[in-house]
Design a protein around this ligand. Structure first.
Ligand SMILES: NC(=O)c1ccc[n+]([C@@H]2O[C@H](COP(=O)([O-])OP(=O)(O)OC[C@H]3O[C@@H](n4cnc5c(N)ncnc54)[C@H](OP(=O)(O)O)[C@@H]3O)[C@@H](O)[C@H]2O)c1
Length: 259
């Protein structure tokens, strides 16, 4: 099997750490995001440290044709993608009806549509080679509705569902699909999503630890990976048995800001 991973959202946070882990294993990379300078810096750092090849593709995944353009660029460069890491994503805070709809349209495009498009484009080759891995960076937000982050939580529910369903469809192949579901992680996500002042991120996990957890789960072909055991217990064994209205109130409380 080849060993080239395409990582979306590689310019910071969890995606950048996933790229570092893959390079440390000697794997080549295709690094995708909007911030070209950050991607080029990572490319140089990883090529020098690990003697690998990294290719930078700048793309705005909020654009409807971005996945096709990324695919065309890797095809034109004859780069076979053996591992697809759909990591790029962002959230937002506030009551749905009070927010700008364009922000949510972009969020759905990045978190859902481009993820589906990239998966469809690269999965065909993986299945025909009977080899490949896909990691979807979802979230614990995918396990319940999220008042004050209604669209973000719903996008992640989509990803958790989609990743598992295609994993089952691929069960008789050597291609796997893994959903990584982190709780709070200390990254640029907080600022990008206007989430400063939310106590959920007071004890957030490091992007390094979350990336390691996700990368290992992907390599093992695990179905769903929640990075923290206590969260996994809550989401799988407590919340499903509580009344829906109780869950909604609890969920809204965790999304409220202290200031
Ligand atoms: N941090 C958390 O608490 C947390 C918890 C659970 C799940 N997650 C998920 O983890 C993933 C990574 O987020 P992170 O925490 O590492 O946050 P981050 O540091 O803000 O990274 C987000 C990445 O997504 C990229 N991105 C955002 N919008 C994009 C667009 N329109 N086109 C292309 N790339 C775009 C960003 O790159 P550019 O800005 O350069 O385009 C950046 O590399 C996301 O899917 C997020 O939902 C995060």
């Amino acid at each position: 099997m080849g060993n080239t991973a395409l990582v979306t959202g590689a310019s910071s946070g969890i995606g950048s750490e996933l790229a570092k882990l893959h390079a440390a294993q000697g794997g080549d990379l295709v690094l995708v995001a909007r911030r070209e300078e950050a991607l080029n810096k990572l490319k140089s750092e990883l090529e020098n440290a690990h003697n690998i090849k990294a290719t930078v593709i700048t793309a705005d995944l909020a654009q409807p044709d971005s996945a096709e353009k990324i695919f065309a660029a890797t095809e034109a460069a004859s780069i076979q993608i053996d591992i697809l890491i759909n990591n790029a994503g962002f959230g937002g805070h506030g009551k749905f009806h009070e927010q700008d709809l364009a922000k949510y349209q972009a969020m759905m495009q990045v978190n859902i549509v481009s993820l589906v498009n990239l998966t469809h484009l690269y999965l065909q080759g993986m299945v025909s080679r009977n080899s490949g891995k896909i990691l979807h960076v979802a979230s614990t937000a995918g396990f319940l509705p999220g008042p004050l982050q209604a669209v973000y939580f719903a996008t992640k529910a989509f990803v958790v569902s989609f990743s598992q369903a295609i994993a089952q469809e691929l069960a008789d192949t050597n291609v796997t699909s893994t959903a990584l579901c982190p709780g709070a992680v200390a990254t640029g996500f907080v600022q990008a999503g206007n989430l400063e002042g939310n106590s959920m991120w007071d004890n957030a996990a490091s992007p390094e630890s979350v990336a390691k957890c996700g990368y290992e789960a992907m390599m093992k072909g695990e179905l769903v990976k929640i990075n923290e055991p206590s969260l996994s217990f809550m989401l799988n064994w407590v919340i499903p048995f509580l009344p829906r209205k109780t869950v909604l109130k609890m969920s809204q409380k965790t999304m409220e800001k202290s200031n």
